[in-house]
Design a protein around this ligand. Structure first.
Ligand SMILES: [Zn+2]
Length: 287
């Protein structure tokens, strides 16, 4: 099972329950699978919850000491294990760490985010919001979801070109992109070091980020030939060495390959074209 399949399953599941208000009632999801939900007060800080099946009945237990948005996410993550039939791989890793998270666990997180932030309720609000961290934080509050889950859903559903990146220890762990960026092949390499000169690198080094900063698009996207400036906003969480990044394009438009610039380059190269191999200038030369 991949993330795409998990999203389809999650949307089917959400359609059955058909939540209409926000924040969505996660209890309605629990009722849909006829699971028994309990809270437990003696779970450690790195144990968000668990589920088990006994005699055909599912039991979900959640850490009562966690914040409400964390508990809601845990419940939906456990529902993902039940609905998708994926066994838990909750080993010794802390819940917040993406560094070595098994793929099945990430798939369950994706499923959970679809439940907490249902497409039909979330997309219209995301589309009418400004593309910035304030919007992500505001929506997170309204949906009672974490900033991370909300940001990654925000980038996935908005019509404008947008990406949300989660990095840990200065390396990209997870990137969510809107269709506009996918269509333009704006690819953010997993395990990429936070790009030099990016707002994210600066906040990780202790600077404050008061609003979007303009950066060259090619510092974030691999093999990016279209140029353009991104607006980058970043938040850093020292206790987990986690950095959250929101990227969008100035004017909310992906630049098309610039014809004039290309023509100039072709002229500059002149005779070299005659051998049939058009040599594209290197990125360095074009700057
Ligand atoms: Zn799990």
């Amino acid at each position: 099972m991949d993330e795409f399949a998990a999203v389809i399953k999650a949307r089917e599941f959400v359609r059955k329950v058909n939540p209409t208000g926000i924040p969505v009632r996660v209890e309605a999801y629990v009722e849909e699978v006829k699971a028994v939900l309990r809270t437990q007060t003696d779970l450690g800080p790195d144990e968000p919850g668990w589920s088990l099946c006994n005699g055909g009945k599912h039991y979900i237990c959640v850490n009562a000491n966690d914040r409400p948005e964390r508990q809601r996410f845990t419940i939906c993550h456990e529902l993902a294990h039940i609905v998708l039939g994926l066994p838990s791989e909750h080993n010794e890793l802390p819940w917040w760490s993406y560094a070595k998270r098994p793929p099945a666990e990430i798939i369950c997180d994706v499923f959970a985010a679809e439940l907490i932030l249902p497409y039909r309720l979330f997309k219209p609000l995301a589309d009418e919001a400004a593309i910035d961290m304030d919007s992500v934080e505001d929506l997170a509050g309204r949906f009672l979801a974490s900033i991370t889950a909300t940001g990654s859903r925000f980038a996935a559903v908005v019509t404008a070109p947008c990406a949300f990146v989660l990095s840990e220890q200065g390396k990209v762990r997870y990137a969510s992109r809107s269709n506009a960026l996918r269509d333009a092949y704006a690819w953010i390499q997993p395990r990429l070091d936070l790009p030099r000169g990016s707002a994210s690198e600066k906040v990780r080094a202790g600077a404050t980020c008061d609003g979007p900063e303009k950066v060259d698009a090619d510092i974030w996207f691999s093999d990016w030939e279209r140029g353009g400036m991104l607006l980058e906003e970043a938040r850093h969480f020292q206790q987990w060495d986690q950095t959250l990044t929101l990227l969008s394009f100035v004017d909310d438009e992906v630049p098309s390959a610039k014809r004039e610039e290309l023509r100039e380059d072709e002229e500059e190269l002149g005779l070299e074209e005659l051998d049939g191999n058009l040599r594209w200038p290197s990125k360095k030369r074009r700057r």
